[in-house]
Ligand binder design. Structure first.
Ligand code: FES
Length: 125
């Protein structure tokens, strides 16, 4: 069996929603100290809906595929749903990741959480 699924390879080669979202109102950056990979997530939230999302990932192929898939899973969805996105759901949507690459999907979940926290802190002000 191939190490990586077709979906992982597809999202690695043609990542969706890559780049900077100039009018984002929630931005989160997370990193993994062990591998040194960094992920930045931009959210544009309106009426409690994730209207747009983009990411920049400086990291491995699984991190790029995970962030790409994660953006697809939350785009157009209510904030509540985005908040509940788990790394397992990201990995499942990619038809699985090798065990030692599961932390790459955790990075995607954490980046979304960080961006949502940033959005919420701005609402309180
Ligand atoms: Fe660290 Fe993939 S090896 S995020």
């Amino acid at each position: 069996m191939a190490l990586y699924s077709e979906k992982v390879m597809d999202h690695f080669r043609n990542p969706r929603n890559v780049g900077v979202l100039e009018d984002a109102n929630g931005v989160g950056t997370v990193g993994n100290a062990k591998c040194g990979d960094i992920m930045k997530m931009y959210l544009k939230i309106e009426d409690d809906i994730v209207k747009d999302v983009k990411f920049e990932t400086f990291g491995c192929g699984s991190a790029i595929a995970s962030s790409s898939m994660a953006t697809e899973l939350i785009k157009g969805k209510p904030v509540e749903e985005a908040r509940k996105l788990t790394n397992q759901a990201v990995a499942e949507a990619l038809d699985g990741l090798p065990d030692y690459k599961m932390h790459c999907s955790v990075l995607a979940q954490e980046a979304i959480e960080a961006a949502l926290e940033d959005y919420e802190s701005k609402q309180e002000k």
